[in-house]
Design a protein around this ligand. Structure first.
Ligand code: PLP
Length: 413
């Protein structure tokens, strides 16, 4: 008899985006004349940078000629892209990362989800709340958690991120082996200070633990004091893996390209307590289960590191940051307690009421779609996430509508 991986049955159906779509759809059917502005989903709205499109076209033309055609490439990625990343994202910032420590992939979602495969199923794990759900669900699938009870999986150490700790998870009382951190954070938009990140790296070193650091939103950091990479912290090479993506950096959400950094010094331990190289294990996994990102996509990604590419990427991110600043300014002025929106495309707003109720009122009274925080974990309730991925005009209009609705006596928010 064929049997299933029983752990899949513990997974909760994610109703977040389907419920949002259903409610928005119903509202649209009942109010066809009303304009809706979507500030919910974290997907880019602006076109790829021009340099990427040009590189893409050139690479496609190469594929059209026998003399320049490319078949399977290296599974880990072409050297031209790995070298450009090492130099521009790390070495130029004084961070010691080599091209062969970078693994190109088709997404940080897959990599953050897959990396746990290298680790034993009986390790203890710490996951922030609220959180990007992939970290939780992939560990449920792997059998590292118990059942889902009262809104949480048993056996996960939840690192609560609240106003009290500036949405930066603190070191837990109980020992943990695997820690997920994401900064700038999705969904809260919070950033981590160098000191707080140092505490986590020191913790991991002292406890032979591993940090999986998701830096998918690194490109939004504008404040010089904020670390762009965990490897800016002394000793992190031995205890941290970093995930990056071209998705939010350069609009590759539909084009697909990302990378994972696994330093050669990074170790985990076998059953006899002997250190094993995670670089060697990830290389083995990646080359066995993955066959590389397409050549034109890697050429398009490489283009963001040219002089022109850097200018174009900065212009796109600045645009979203201006949107985020507009949201933040309005929400601050209206008296909401918020985090994010600076060094991040997300603004996390304390609604002081059930996040789905607030979602409904925002939709019905102002025609704005946000994301209810409850979808990201228990600590997300009484919060909403507003995303800056839209046109400035729409964001500006949304904020005007929100302000009017809130101040309206007839229809107060
Ligand atoms: N990590 C975080 C924190 C994200 O928010 C997202 C996408 O929203 C991803 C990873 C996924 O990135 P990719 O498009 O490279 O799969």
């Amino acid at each position: 008899m064929i049997t299933i991986n029983q752990h899949y049955l513990k997974l909760q159906t994610s109703y977040l985006f389907s419920t949002i779509a259903k409610r928005v759809n119903e509202y649209q059917i009942n109010n066809p004349e009303k304009e809706i502005i979507k500030l919910g989903i974290g997907d880019c709205t602006r076109a790829l940078p021009k340099v990427c499109i040009e590189a893409f076209h050139r690479a496609v033309d190469e594929m059209a000629d026998d003399a320049t055609f490319r078949g399977y490439g290296p599974e880990q990625g072409y050297p031209f892209l790995r070298e450009a990343i090492a130099e521009n994202d790390f070495n130029n910032r004084g961070v010691d990362i080599h091209a062969d420590e970078i693994f190109i992939s088709d997404g940080a979602k897959c990599d953050t989800g897959n990396f746990q495969e290298l680790l034993s199923s009986d390790i203890s794990l710490a996951i922030p709340d609220p959180v990007y759900p992939v970290y939780v669900d992939t560990n449920v699938m792997a059998g590292r958690t118990g059942e889902f009870k009262d809104g949480r999986y048993q056996k996960i150490v939840y690192l609560e991120c609240t106003k009290e700790n500036n949405f930066i998870p603190g070191i837990p009382a109980e020992p943990v082996d695997l820690i997920y951190l994401c900064f700038p954070n999705n969904p809260t938009g919070a950033i981590i200070t160098r000191d707080a990140l140092t505490q986590w790296v020191d913790y991991a070193r002292d406890n032979k633990a591993l940090i999986l650091f998701d830096a998918a939103y690194e490109a939004f950091i504008r404040d010089d004091a904020i670390p762009h990479s965990i490897y800016e912290i002394d000793g992190a090479r031995e205890v941290a893996v970093e995930f990056r993506s071209f998705s939010k950096t350069a609009g590759f959400t539909g084009t697909r390209c990302a990378f994972t950094v696994v330093p050669k010094a990074c170790k985990a331990y076998d059953e006899n307590g002997n250190a094993q190289s995670l670089h060697a294990l990830w290389n083995r996994r990646h080359t066995t289960k993955f066959n590389g990102v397409s050549y034109p996509v890697q050429r398009a990604a490489e283009a963001i590191y040219s002089d022109e590419g850097k200018v174009q990427v900065r212009e796109i991110i600045d645009y979203y940051l201006e949107n985020a600043a507009r949201v933040r300014q309005e929400m601050d002025a209206l008296g909401f307690s918020c985090v994010g929106g600076q060094n991040s495309p997300y603004i996390w707003i304390d609604t002081k009421e059930d996040s789905w109720n607030f979602f409904d009122r925002l939709l019905h009274n102002a025609g704005i779609v946000c994301t209810p925080g409850a979808g990201f974990g228990s600590c997300g309730n009484q919060h909403i996430r507003i995303s800056a991925f839209n046109s400035y005009d729409k964001v500006d209009l949304a904020m005007k509508k929100l302000s009017t609705a809130l101040k309206s006596k007839a229809n107060p928010m």
